[in-house]
Design a protein around this ligand. Structure first.
Ligand SMILES: [Fe+2]
Ligand SMILES: [Fe+2]
Length: 380
């Protein structure tokens, strides 16, 4: 165990001397430090590491009560035990000391036995406080680690779900991951709060989850779609929102069967899932109102969906599709620039151009190198 440190504060050197002799005579392995004024004591305490302070009430300038008030005010010393000594037997002084948060108030000259008993008790109190603080820190760390684990597994599941949907119409598999990363960069460039940036990053890979409900012959058709096929294709927005939007009956049934406590009422309406549904529904809306499914216009389109629209279009145009080759980058950038104020929110597009090099780095890092191998069945 480390040596307990006691700070003794008194403006009279002979009092400091006699207290020092008294405490040394106990043979206790305490480290004693001394200060001759309130300001000097504060400087010593600020350097840290004391377990108890013994302070004289009457000192010139800032007295013992002032020192006590300052110690109680500062976060670091709020709970530091303080024993006060007074030479004046004034009624009400003890009450004032205790009200201000002193551990005790004794009269001078201090009775050795009494002072020692009070110091030992103050040191015990400090040691319990230290243990409690250490345990709380460990607990806090464990909670943070568990929360990070849960958050990671949530991200993992969400992104795998996005990739599962992507497998239906693409063989290459990194488009949704690139869209997620690009949306984060765009949201940051637009100055959105950190929590919103994180949420958009988390759920934007689900923007095309509704393609799960579109038939293969349309999704993988190597030629342009007919108008009727387009109408079906466009339904992926509503299907995606339906998959994601929480149906309270389904949620109640799930919670009734699941072990463990029910979530708080607020958690039943998960804003993260709600944003995922909003993006799935609105990522093909256009700034000029000519998009689908609702034909929303301008700022009526949720901002997260406007961000996904730019990131998704940039990456999709640069990628090969069953019915066309990938476009060269200069054509893609020209198309996007021309789309500012028509297809795209001009602010989002300006932010996109500002961070283009970061988006290009994302594409270079997360290339479409993973081709899904055709499943081979062994002939037994
Ligand atoms: Fe889409
Ligand atoms: Fe997409």
């Amino acid at each position: 165990m480390t040596r307990r440190r006691i700070l003794i504060v008194d403006d009279e050197p002979q009092v400091l001397d006699s207290l020092q002799r008294m405490l040394r005579a106990t043979g206790e392995p305490w480290e004693l430090c001394f200060a001759g004024s309130g300001p000097q004591a504060l400087a010593e305490v600020a350097a840290g590491g004391f377990d108890t302070v013994v302070v004289d009430v009457c000192m010139p300038g800032r007295d013992g009560f002032d020192l006590l008030a300052e110690l109680r005010h500062a976060e670091q010393t709020r709970d530091l035990p303080v024993i006060m000594l007074t030479g004046v037997n004034e009624p009400g002084q003890k009450r004032r000391a205790l009200d201000l948060g002193a551990t005790d108030l004794l009269t001078k000259p201090a009775d050795a036995e009494e002072l020692l008993a009070r110091i030992r008790s103050a040191l015990r109190l400090k040691s319990y406080q230290d243990q409690l603080k250490a345990q709380n820190e460990i607990l806090e760390r464990v909670v943070q680690e568990r929360t990070a684990d849960l958050e990671n597994s949530r991200l993992d599941i969400i992104w795998r779900l996005g990739k599962a949907a992507e497998c239906r119409d693409e063989d290459t598999g990194n488009h949704v991951v690139r869209v997620g990363c690009s949306c984060r960069v765009l949201a940051e460039a637009l100055g959105l709060p950190r929590e919103q940036v994180q949420t958009i990053f988390l759920v934007s890979p689900l923007h095309d989850i509704g393609k799960i409900g579109i038939p293969d012959y349309i999704l993988r058709k190597p030629e342009a779609l007919t108008p009727a096929e387009w109408r079906i294709m466009k339904r992926h927005c509503e299907i995606g929102a339906q998959i994601l939007r929480q149906d309270s009956k389904v949620l109640d049934a799930f919670l009734a069967w699941r072990d463990g406590p029910r979530p708080r009422a607020a958690a039943a309406h998960d804003p993260v899932i709600e944003l995922a549904a909003t993006i799935a529904l609105a990522h093909h809306e256009r700034w000029d109102g000519l998009g689908y499914p609702a034909g929303l216009r301008g700022p009526d389109i949720p901002l997260a969906a406007r961000i996904v629209a730019v990131a998704d279009s940039y990456d999709a145009l640069l990628s090969e599709r069953p019915y066309r080759a990938a476009f060269p980058e200069e054509i893609v950038l020209k198309t996007l620039r021309e789309g500012a104020g028509a297809h795209f929110d001009p602010n989002v597009l300006a932010a996109f151009l500002d961070v283009l090099d970061e988006l290009q780095a994302i594409r270079a890092e997360l290339t479409d190198n993973h081709k899904w191998a055709p499943v081979a069945f062994s002939s037994v």
